[in-house]
Design a protein around this ligand. Structure first.
Ligand code: DC
Length: 211
């Protein structure tokens, strides 16, 4: 039987870490849907300026392979911005829908994290969480992650990037990042990662025991 946990929210709010921990706790499969957009964004950067044309970007999305999702360099700020840019193209989003829906319905349970999981990909998810935090704390966390992985970045630039990406992700016409009506919001600004994971598990446990 399937059990779907949809986890949405802005960049660097803790969705990825929470999603992985929740999936491990319940023995569910996990899909970081941002990786799909990053995979297409990375190809778009490598391709040419025309890669932001809808038809070209759609083709790049349709040609995405599992290897593309394991490629190096998907976590750079440049690829994050490119991902956010190609994510506004409706044809790109449509090309990625079936894979995500099929992943969600697998027996044994699935956690998907992204921007439109609870609203578009899995509107009937068993549990919907929206993980958020202030832009400043998210930029600090992303700055630490990037510098720990050896990337040379400025905190002020990371903050600007986070704000620009939030604005683009939340204002696009198709599948914008919004809180689903029936989502539980977890604000991690003042929470340790352990406390945030615990909060997410508590919400899911409650739903499972009802279901
Ligand atoms: O979650 P992330 O930071 O890896 O996502 C990178 C970009 O991909 C994000 O800025 C917008 C896009 N994205 C999206 O539009 N929809 C999703 N479900 C996941 C990511």
């Amino acid at each position: 039987m399937s059990f779907i946990v949809a986890i949405d929210g802005p960049a660097a709010a803790g969705k990825g870490t929470i999603s992985k921990a929740v999936a491990a706790h319940f023995g569910f499969a996990h899909l970081d849907t941002g990786l799909l957009y990053r995979g297409v964004g990375k190809k778009a950067l490598a391709y040419s300026r025309t890669s932001y044309y809808p038809e070209v970007a759609e083709q790049l999305a349709r040609e995405l392979t599992a290897d593309d999702l394991l490629a190096e360099g998907l976590r750079t700020p440049e690829v994050a911005q490119a991902a956010s840019k190609i994510a506004v193209i409706p044809q790109v989003r449509s090309a990625l829908v079936d894979f995500q829906k099929t992943f969600a319905k697998q027996s044994g349970g699935a956690v998907l994290d992204g921007r439109d999981i609870g609203t578009v990909i899995c509107p009937d998810a068993d549990v919907k969480l929206f993980i958020t935090a202030s832009a400043e704390i998210r930029a600090e966390r992303r700055f630490k992650e990037l510098t720990n992985s050896g990337q040379n970045v400025e905190l002020s630039q990371v903050l600007q990037d986070v704000i620009a990406r939030d604005a683009r992700d939340a204002s696009r016409d198709i599948a914008p990042m919004v809180v689903a009506d029936d989502a539980v919001v977890i604000n991690t600004t003042e929470l340790s990662i352990e406390a945030a994971i615990k909060a997410a598990i508590t919400v899911i446990e409650a739903q499972r025991s009802q279901g």
